[in-house]
Design a protein. Structure first.
Ligand code: PEP
Ligand code: MN
Length: 300
């Protein structure tokens, strides 16, 4: 790794790639994130009803998703907007897991809710607005559940890695990083998707990195292109918002894909994912060579 990156990210020593240290693979319910298969997480922004969640769960599973997303506790721009179903939403997520076998990722927003959310979720999401909430990060880390850490909308890559370090320092090695767009002067999109940030993360950290094209784009038309760019940049997976009827969604409808749109996107992504998987297989032999060399050194 470039020497200046060691200096730049010195506050996050445990998340940095090191010689002879393998990449972190986060395993949940038989799904390996950061392993040799690309993983798609998909589902509604908010859990709204049993019908909405179940219909979406079955649909995203048949299109190839392996993890179901859905918010039960929602960070909203307005205090008057829908704030999520809370415990009721968590119960619906758990029954969707039981019925479909999909692992569940859902956001936890408050330290005091960590035990409740950890009881139902397979992966705890720390949202953009809470990326630097250290007491929440510590509590989430101590739950023992894997953490999906979303990049703050005004956070640098260094800030993101420092927050990951907080989780690792609290005895939880299972962190997945997520690029979801950052704020720039551009206003035509909800956020600016930082593809270079993904490429950089893949060079500096052993943690899995996924892309969220939905919150970056803010509109569903741009989601397939950003998904492709995320894969090309080296992401290990995607997290995508999908809703049975986006026009009626209680949150983030404009950026949510409908079922036909999501199914079509997944089919179109196949060659991109195949390229990603092939690239990983190419990298593996060189890793094997690394091991051989260290063995040769040890016996010399
Ligand atoms: C979400 O995943 O619905 C969400 C609120 O994401 P972010 O924290 O990236 O805004
Ligand atoms: Mn959302």
């Amino acid at each position: 790794m470039r020497e200046s990156w060691h200096e730049q990210f010195a506050e996050a020593p445990d998340v940095l790639l090191k010689a002879r240290r393998g990449r972190t693979v986060v395993s949940v319910l038989g799904v390996a994130i950061g392993g040799d298969q690309f993983v798609v997480m998909a589902g509604p922004c908010s859990v709204e009803s049993e019908h909405q969640l179940m219909a979406t769960a079955y649909k995203v599973r048949s299109a190839g998703a392996r993890v179901l997303r859905g918010g039960a506790f929602k960070p909203r721009s307005s205090p008057y907007s829908f704030q999520g179903l809370g415990r009721e939403g968590l119960k619906l997520l758990a029954s969707a897991r039981n019925e479909t076998g999909l692992a569940i990722v859902t956001e936890v927003m408050a330290e005091e809710d960590v035990p409740l959310v950890a009881e139902y979720a397979d992966i705890l999401q720390i949202g953009s607005r809470n990326m630097e909430n250290d007491s929440l990060l510590e509590a989430a880390a101590r739950s023992g559940r894997p953490i999906l850490l979303k990049r703050g909308m005004m956070a640098t890559i260094g800030d993101l890695l420092r927050s990951a370090q907080v989780v690792l320092s609290n005895s939880n090695a299972n962190v997945i990083l997520c690029e979801r767009g950052i704020r720039t002067f551009e206003t035509a999109m909800r956020n600016t998707f930082d593809a270079a940030g993904i490429a950089l993360l893949k060079q500096v950290t052993h943690l899995p990195v996924i892309a969220d094209p939905s919150h970056a784009a803010g509109v569903s038309e741009l989601v397939p292109a950003l998904a492709q760019i995320g894969i090309a940049a080296g992401a290990d997976g995607l997290i995508v918002e999908v809703h049975p009827n986006p026009a009626e969604a209680w949150s983030d409808g404009e950026q949510s894909m409908d079922f036909p749109g999501f199914t079509a996107m997944m089919a179109d992504l196949e060659p991109w994912i195949a390229l990603h998987d092939a690239r990983l297989h190419e990298q593996n032999p060189s890793e094997a060579q690394c091991v051989d060399l260290s063995f040769a050194k040890a016996v010399a």
